[in-house]
Design a protein around this ligand. Structure first.
Ligand code: 5AD
Ligand code: SF4
Length: 443
């Protein structure tokens, strides 16, 4: 039996792509190993959203190179966004690579591995698939592993927004949605194999169904249809763009029981001039109007967001606007980043005027602010009972299980009699909070 070692950097889309490659390779006789040294094939699924992710990849490959010397039959492939962006450059920089595959070529992983086995010459496959519709065909037969209680389903790929700082539209191409019937089938299949929660994935899920589908339906209608699938206990989606997030979707939150009370809605900055220069095409006021409506229609909804500090030209006053907006929104947690110039993006041509030290300080400040808000919100759960979908074993001493509540807080659960297992939905009485984590006893 041949063995494949898989490493993933970046977003949930990349995690889903790695899972798909594992699945395809499983059907060509590969089993996953967690030991690089045992592998016949090593794939690194890369991310180019920020420079730091790229640096981590290069340092990982530095460690993989000697393995090739030990095992000359080892095949080494670089997949994902770094490959899409700079395929030939990757081969030049790392001539020990056998191939580079772009994110739109995931379905061709089997063929790529075969070609690498047959030929000495390294190659780059980074063409975008020319079909209008995005399809992930079903492969009959066993799954390499059972899906977890919470499973991802890609509904749309690519992005047409072209925010000036972002590399994604270049690495993942234009928006393409999957046919609804293909999605229902996949969700039914996952539920049959044990999934309880489905997380719909896409760079901009709210744009689902806008173009290309034979039976086009908008995103909110897709939610209503998925709700009807028997056995589904929780539904989530990520990521959203404020401009495509509709009032109908707010109503769907209110109407659909399985749609959990959590929304991840990136704002990026709290200043209108910065938003304009980022080409986000909405104002702070429009964002606030949207979330105020959501909060009033869906009591108890929790919000998370993405923030970039140190965007070119961001003044101290503009940064303070972001701090103010963060307090006003009151997210339970945020993904916070220091701006990283990305070659090929429009913002890369702007003067990167904010010194690194200032970016670092601003990042520290918003992290501190977010931590304080997270802690305050965490305390409101103290003594309360929350519903938790058990996803696995907890690493926290004294707590055997872990999962999440509907609002996406991590919860450690004490199950003194060992009655529960992953996939169970339990009620947990919260006795302690720390960071973005809650801990308590199963009732
Ligand atoms: N620099 C810093 N953060 C970025 N993001 C995207 N591109 C960049 C960049 N060049 C962040 C945004 C986005 C999240 C996925 O990554 O906040 O929402
Ligand atoms: Fe990037 Fe903007 Fe598209 Fe999100 S919406 S993937 S930030 S271009």
């Amino acid at each position: 039996m041949k063995q494949v070692f898989l490493e993933t950097f970046g977003c949930q889309m990349n995690v889903a792509d790695t899972d798909r490659m594992e699945f395809i390779l499983f059907h060509s006789g590969y089993r996953r190993t967690w030991e690089k040294e045992d592998a016949d094939l090593i794939l690194v699924n890369t991310c180019s959203i920020r420079e730091k992710a790229e640096q981590k990849t290069f340092s990982l490959f530095g460690g993989l190179k000697p393995l090739k010397a030990i095992n000359p039959n080892l095949i080494l492939g670089l997949t994902g966004c770094m490959g899409q962006q700079d395929g030939e450059k990757m081969l030049k920089r790392m001539p020990f690579l056998d191939f580079v595959l772009g994110p739109d070529q995931v379905e061709g992983i089997g063929k790529a591995v075969n070609r690498a086995r047959e030929s000495e010459k390294s190659f780059v496959w980074t063409g975008f698939d020319s079909k209008k519709i995005y399809s992930i065909p079903e492969i009959p037969g066993d799954l390499p592993q059972k899906p977890g209680p919470s499973a991802f389903v890609n509904i749309i790929k690519g992005c047409d927004k072209f925010c000036t700082f972002c590399i994604v539209p270049f690495t993942r191409g234009r928006e393409k949605s999957r046919e609804p019937d293909e999605l229902y089938q996949e969700i039914r299949h996952l539920i049959k194999h044990g999934a309880k929660e489905i997380i719909l994935l896409g760079q901009n899920v709210n744009s689902y169904g806008k173009r290309g589908l034979t039976n086009p339906i908008p995103f909110h209608e897709l939610l209503y249809k998925i709700e009807e699938i028997p056995g589904l206990q929780r539904l989530r989606f990520t990521t959203s763009h404020p401009n495509d997030f509709t009032r109908e979707t707010i109503r769907a939150y209110r109407d659909i029981d399985v749609l959990v009370n959590h929304l991840h809605l990136p704002i990026q900055s709290g200043n209108n001039e910065v938003l304009k220069s980022m080409r986000r095409d909405h104002t702070v006021e429009e964002y606030l109007e949207l979330i105020d409506e959501l909060k009033s229609e869906v009591p108890g909804v929790s919000l998370t967001t993405d923030i970039i500090v140190g965007f070119p030209g961001e003044t101290d006053a503009q940064f303070q606007d972001t701090m103010k907006i963060m307090e006003r929104i009151g997210c339970s947690s945020s993904f916070m980043f220091s701006y990283s110039p990305r070659p090929g993006t429009p913002a890369n041509e702007f003067k990167d005027s904010v010194p690194e030290e200032t970016k670092r300080q601003r990042l520290q400040e918003i992290i501190q602010l977010q931590n304080r808000m997270t802690e305050e919100q965490g305390k409101t759960y103290q003594g309360k009972t929350v519903e938790v979908l058990i996803e696995g074993k907890s690493a926290r001493p004294g707590y055997s299980l872990k999962g999440r509540n509907p609002q996406y807080w991590r919860v450690n659960a004490k199950d003194s009699e060992g009655r529960y297992q992953p996939g169970d939905m339990v009620q947990v009485r919260i006795e302690q909070t720390s960071g973005h984590g809650l801990s308590g006893i199963i009732q």
